[in-house]
Design a protein around this ligand. Structure first.
Ligand code: SF4
Length: 340
């Protein structure tokens, strides 16, 4: 298990207030500090300091979200890359991120974005992001590459405009094996109980430190008991990156064992990610075991469902929302932003 630092990481603020006054914060009684409530770290931040994520800081007695109106990346991705396999397959998704993150994972696969503590990127208002999404012919947006909770006020404003424009929103949020992951599980339960939101679970399997099959069994059982057997789960292959260059790629056999455990616990849709060409990229019909959706990497190469998403072989109703999107055959992987 990788331990996270307990202390607030105080960095240099941008020097002037950029962005917008944040909404999720409250004064800490008896001090001149402010508690940020955007994530479960609850940083207590003094004047001129920033929180662990590096993008929320106190300026003249108020908490500012320095990256409001600024994105560091904008990329069209296949929805399957999020990874989301059971919601409007074949969609194009405009994927954005700000700098910063409330996690310091040594294995981060997007460290250039998430561990950057400078407030950088191009200036965009929420309506600009929605306009770019529509211009690219995307069905929706994803808040991804870093932990989007840290820029939640910005994401919310974009998301509400996007919704009005008929777009879908994908929030790629992070669970990690920290001593107390209760807030994350509680969020999933609240989401289940109060929102109509499609949920898929992803587990990056890091060799030697994050490949415990008992943990996979515990997670799978929790998903089965609380989110139901139709919830897709993806076990992703780690590749050496950032501060874990000495670690090997996850052996494919390890990923297969994780999938076997999840299936034993009753989950019906279990996937391997980041291993192009592996048979566990496909969706199999839980009724008869036939391939229902064939994939290669992020591409859909075969669709064997009828108009109601029932298996063509046995008639089983698969838990897939939406039909195969017409964009499935388009180029769904390119950068949109050009930095100035
Ligand atoms: S969002 Fe950032 S500043 Fe706020 S509690 Fe989390 S890490 Fe701290």
């Amino acid at each position: 298990m990788i331990s996270e630092p307990e202390i607030l990481d105080v960095r240099e603020p941008p020097g002037k207030a950029t962005g917008k006054v944040a909404e999720l914060w409250k004064p800490v009684e008896g001090t001149n500090k402010i508690m940020c409530t955007a994530c479960a770290r609850y940083c207590k931040i003094g004047e001129g300091q920033v929180g662990l994520c590096g993008i929320r800081g106190v300026h003249q007695g108020k908490l500012w979200l320095y990256v409001y109106g600024r994105i560091i990346t904008g990329h069209v991705d296949p929805i399957e890359k999020k990874p989301v396999s059971h919601y409007r397959p074949g969609s194009k998704i405009f994927s954005i991120a700000t700098t910063g993150c409330n996690w310091l994972c040594r294995y981060c696969q997007n460290s250039d974005i998430s561990q950057r503590r400078k407030v950088e990127g191009i200036e965009v208002e929420p309506q600009d992001v929605v306009r770019m999404t529509l211009e690219q012919g995307c069905q929706g947006l994803a808040y991804t590459y870093n932990q989007p909770t840290i820029f939640i006020e910005f994401a919310r404003d974009i998301g509400m405009m996007a919704r009005k424009a008929g777009l879908i929103n994908i929030f790629v949020s992070k669970y990690i094996n920290i001593p107390n992951a209760d807030p994350i599980f509680q969020t999933l339960l609240d989401t289940r109980d109060t929102k109509k939101i499609h949920i898929e679970i992803t587990d990056l399997i890091v060799p030697q430190v994050g490949d415990d099959l008992n943990a996979a069994r515990k997670l799978s059982k929790w998903v089965y008991d609380n989110l139901g057997p139709d919830t897709p789960i993806h076990f992703l292959r780690f590749h050496p990156d950032y501060k874990m260059m000495e670690f090997p790629w996850t052996p494919v056999e390890t990923l297969e064992k994780h999938c076997a455990v999840a299936k034993e616990e009753g989950l019906k849709y279990v996937y391997i990610g980041n291993v192009s060409g592996h048979p566990l990229e496909h969706t199999y019909c839980p009724g008869c075991g036939a391939v229902a959706i064939k994939r290669y990497g992020f591409d859909i190469t075969g669709w064997y469902l009828d108009k109601d998403n029932k298996c063509k072989k046995c008639g089983y109703q698969l838990a897939i929302f939406g039909r195969l999107e017409r964009t499935a055959k388009e180029n769904r992987y390119y950068s949109v932003l050009y930095h100035r």
